[in-house]
Design a protein around this ligand. Structure first.
Ligand code: NAI
Ligand code: MG
Length: 330
C-alpha cells in the first residue's frame, strides 16, 4: 500500500476505539488495492496526557501537503471535555479550511446527504462573558456568517446536487434569525440562479426535524449552517441505521490542503479494547475518502460491500467485521 506516487494520507487513529476501527478501514483500503502513501500521527487524548501535545502548528504545516487525513476518534475520559475537541478537531477545521461537513444518510426509503457549513456560525467563538460566576453574569455567543462562507457552502451543495437528483433544500430559521437567515436566503437565491436545472426548497429547522423522521424521502441534498447541521445530522444518523453506520467528511473542496474523513462516533471508552467496536462507519468514511480522491469506482465497491455486511455484524468482533468487508473486495 505504501508506494511512492500514491495518494498521501495522514492517519490519526486517536483514542479508545479510534485506532481499532481505523485499522479495519486500512485493511479494507488495502484489500481494494488503493494506492496510498500512509503516514501515521500519534495525536489525541492519550498523547496529550503523555506530553501535553494537542495539535502543534508544525503538524498542521506538515499536513498541508497531504491529500487526505483519515481519523478514528479523539477524546479521553481523564481530560476535561472540550480541550481536545477545540484544540484538535476545531483547529483542524479552521486551519485547514475544511468548510464543508458532509454526511450521507442511506436507509430503506431514502438516500440523502447533509451539507453542513463547517467554519462559521456560532462555532467561531465570537462572544464573551461578564461578571462570571455572579448572579449578574451575562454571556453572549454570536453567530458569524460571511457572504463568502455562505456562498461557497451553498455552491458546493448545488454542485453536489447536479451529480445526484438535482434537488437542494436549504434549512435555516429565517423567520426568527432575521440577519443571518436573510444573508443565507438571499445567497441561496443568487446561487440557485446559476443552477437552473436544480430544484430548490426551503424548510425551517424545526419543520426539518419532523420531515427527517416522517418524510426523509423528500430530500436529496440538504444544506444548512454549522449549528443546525450539527444537530440535524445526529437526527439523520438516528433515523438511518444509527451510529454504527454514520460516516462523515470534512472537506476543503478548493483543495488548498487535505480533507479529513472520520466516523461520526467518538472514542467509546466504555468498549475500547473489547473488540466490540463496529468499524463500518470508519470503513464508509474511508470510502468517502476514496471518492474525494477521485477513486469513485473503488469507493462504490467499498460502500456496497459495507452495506452487504451491515446486517451480519451481530456478535462479530471488530476485526471479523473488517475481514468480512475485505473478503467481498478480493
Ligand atoms: P461515543 O460515540 O464515543 O459513544 C457513545 C455510545 O455509543 C457508547 O456507548 C459507545 O460504546 C457506543 N459506540 C460508539 N461508537 C461505536 C461503535 N463504532 N461501535 C459500537 N458502539 C459504539 O460518544 P461519547 O461517549 O459521548 O464520547 C466518548 C469520547 O469521544 C469523548 O471524549 C468525546 O469527546 C469523544 N468524541 C469524539 C468525537 C470525534 O473524534 N469526532 C466525536 C464524538 C465524541
Ligand atoms: Mg455532533
Amino acid at each position: 500500500m505504501s508506494t511512492s506516487d500514491g495518494y498521501r494520507v495522514g492517519v490519526v487513529g486517536g483514542d479508545g476505539i479510534g485506532p481499532e476501527v481505523v485499522a479495519e478501514g486500512m485493511k479494507v483500503l488495502d484489500a481494494i488495492g488503493a494506492n496510498l502513501d500512509v503516514t501515521p500521527f500519534d495525536l489525541g487524548g492519550s498523547r496529550y496526557l503523555q506530553d501535553g501535545t494537542i495539535l502543534p502548528d508544525e503538524t498542521i504545516e506538515e499536513w498541508r501537503s497531504l491529500d487526505a487525513i483519515y481519523l478514528g476518534a479523539v477524546g479521553h475520559p481523564d481530560i476535561t471535555p472540550g480541550v481536545i475537541e477545540r484544540g484538535l478537531l476545531l483547529k483542524m477545521r479552521f486551519d485547514l479550511d475544511l468548510y464543508i461537513n458532509l454526511r450521507p444518510f442511506i436507509a430503506p426509503g431514502h438516500d440523502f446527504v447533509v451539507v453542513r457549513e463547517n467554519t462559521e456560525g456560532p462555532y467561531v467563538g465570537e462572544g464573551g462573558v461578564l461578571r462570571k460566576g455572579t448572579e449578574f453574569e451575562v454571556a453572549t455567543q454570536g453567530s458569524v456568517n460571511t457572504h463568502m462562507g455562505v456562498e461557497r457552502c451553498l455552491r458546493y451543495a448545488f454542485e453536489l446536487a447536479t451529480t445526484r437528483r438535482n434537488h437542494v433544500t436549504m434549512v435555516h430559521k429565517t423567520n426568527v434569525l432575521s440577519f443571518a437567515g436573510d444573508l443565507w436566503a438571499r445567497t441561496f437565491e443568487e446561487v440557485a440562479a446559476d443552477y437552473p436545472g436544480v430544484e430548490t426548497a426551503y424548510n425551517h429547522v424545526d419543520a426539518a426535524c419532523i420531515y427527517f423522521v416522517q418524510d426523509p424521502g423528500r430530500y436529496d441534498v440538504v444544506v444548512t449552517d454549522n449549528l443546525f447541521g450539527d444537530i440535524l445530522t445526529d437526527l439523520g444518523g438516528a433515523v438511518s441505521g444509527g451510529i454504527g453506520l454514520a460516516s462523515s467528511a470534512n472537506l476543503n473542496p478548493a483543495r488548498t490542503g487535505p480533507s479529513m474523513f472520520e466516523p461520526v462516533h467518538g472514542s467509546a471508552p466504555d468498549i475500547a479494547g473489547t473488540g466490540k467496536a463496529n468499524p463500518l462507519a470508519a470503513i464508509l468514511s474511508a470510502a468517502m475518502m476514496l471518492e474525494f480522491l477521485g477513486e469513485k469506482e473503488m469507493a462504490d465497491r467499498v460502500t456496497k460491500a459495507t452495506y452487504e455486511v451491515r446486517d451480519h455484524v451481530e456478535g462479530k468482533s471488530t476485526s471479523d467485521i473488517g475481514d468480512a468487508v475485505a473478503a467481498r473486495l478480493a
